[in-house]
Design a protein around this ligand. Structure first.
Ligand SMILES: *Cc1c(COP(=O)(O)O)cnc(C)c1O
Length: 392
């Protein structure tokens, strides 16, 4: 089997294929980023320096949040919030199974229990009515995910959280730049805190990295301490006030982030254009439903996902596309059906019908800013052909 680099999806080692592999995802790094990273390399500060502060200031300004705290990954940011809100054994966190596994793992890190509720069938985000119905005296937080770069119903979720006096954590790791009614995710009032992530397949990358944003001074201060081995504020390098972690972002990553963020409008527009090409090309295709963006939403495309009709064997379609050197991914494999979760909690399938149906039928196509119209066409044509071959 060919080895496919997870970051780029495009580097195929030992492939004998003649046609070039279409890249599943690709970072878009410009000369500005390279210059900024070089500047760090020539300085004496490789961690906890001016670049990290600059990246935090710039990201806070971009989303309109009073505080931004850079961390070493999106997962680290979510984990800091789980600690910050004091999650512990017996506590329940209402969340979605239609996500990347990190969003519920962070509850497990603190021995809390993720309580999965089902999603809305169009955009695949948490269904607020089901969240409301799942509240118990043990509920200690709601953790929502802005799936594929589409904001979830934060207004309704926030109302539920407020009514019960619990925090709402917004996992916006896939959604930097997304807006609802002109308000960016991460802007004040929508959630207790939001987390963005910068893995190489996200809208902007720092290699590895993440950012917690919040309008709450105490949450921000706590995250600063937790990411830095539980140190207190000020210059007390060897004073540890609480159990913390090394979740710091280094200066090289921050420099990359500063450069990427300066180009974010271009990067998002590039993604919009490719999504638009796919939408035009695939809208009329039998068996395919293109992802519907809700009215008032500015999508920040993370992956481009189509939904295949239930009669089509999605995994066979994916294998056929792979044989044409077109990599795809079955985004998402529901968390509750992951081997570890089945084993630990006894899930067997059938618990979350909407999530599971989406998990069986969604397919992420190659998607990045430099995908050409010709490549989109090649993917679309191969998809059409595969669907005909795999129907019924
Ligand atoms: C990318 C992502 C994260 C964080 O990922 P890291 O690799 O830890 O940066 C968390 N939640 C979701 C939904 C994600 O897509």
């Amino acid at each position: 089997m060919d080895r496919i680099n997870e970051n780029t999806g495009g580097i195929s080692i030992g492939s004998k294929a003649k046609r070039p592999m279409v890249a599943l995802a690709r970072p878009d790094i410009g000369e500005l980023e390279i210059a900024l990273v070089n500047r760090v390399l020539r300085s004496d500060f490789l961690s906890m320096g001016e670049m990290t502060r600059e990246f935090e200031r710039a990201l806070a300004a971009y989303v309109g949040a009073p505080h931004a705290v850079a961390v070493s990954s999106g997962t680290a940011g979510l984990h800091c919030l789980a600690c910050c809100f004091g999650l512990g054994p017996e506590d329940e966190v209402i969340t979605t199974s239609f996500s990347f596994v990190a969003s519920s793992n962070v509850a497990l890190y603190e021995r809390a229990r993720p309580v999965f509720v089902d999603i809305e069938p169009e955009q695949f985000c948490l269904d607020p009515d089901l969240v409301q119905a799942a509240i118990t005296p043990r509920t200690r937080a709601i953790l929502a995910v802005d799936v594929f770069g589409h904001p979830c119903r934060l207004d309704r979720l926030k109302a539920i959280a407020d009514e019960h006096g619990i925090p709402l954590i917004d996992d916006a790791c896939e959604a930097l730049g997304a807006e609802r009614n002109g308000v960016k995710l991460g802007a004040p009032g929508q959630a207790s805190a939001a987390v963005f992530a910068f893995f190489p397949n996200k809208q902007i990358t720092t290699g590895e990295g993440g950012m917690v944003v919040t309008d709450d001074d105490r949450i921000a201060a706590m995250c600063r301490s937790l990411r830095n081995q539980g140190r207190g504020e000020g210059d007390h390098w060897l004073l540890h006030e609480r159990l913390g972690f090394n979740y710091r972002m280094d200066e090289l990553s921050a420099a990359l982030g500063v450069g990427q963020l300066r180009r974010i409008e271009d990067l998002l527009q590039g993604r919009d254009q490719v999504a638009d090409l796919y939408r035009q090309r695939l809208s009329g295709v039998t068996g395919v439903t293109v992802y519907p963006v809700a009215p008032g939403v500015r999508m920040s495309w993370f992956v481009y996902v189509v939904r295949l009709d239930a009669a089509i064997d999605r995994d066979r379609v994916a294998r056929r596309l792979a044989r044409c050197d077109i990599p795809t991914r079955p985004y998402f494999q529901p968390i509750h059906l992951q081997p570890f979760y089945r084993e630990r909690f006894g899930y067997r399938g059938g618990e979350l019908p909407v999530t599971e149906a989406a998990g069986r039928s969604c397919l992420a196509l190659p998607f990045h800013t430099r995908l050409t119209a010709g490549e989109v066409d090649r993917v679309a044509a191969a998809l059409e052909e595969a669907i005909v071959a795999c129907s019924g």
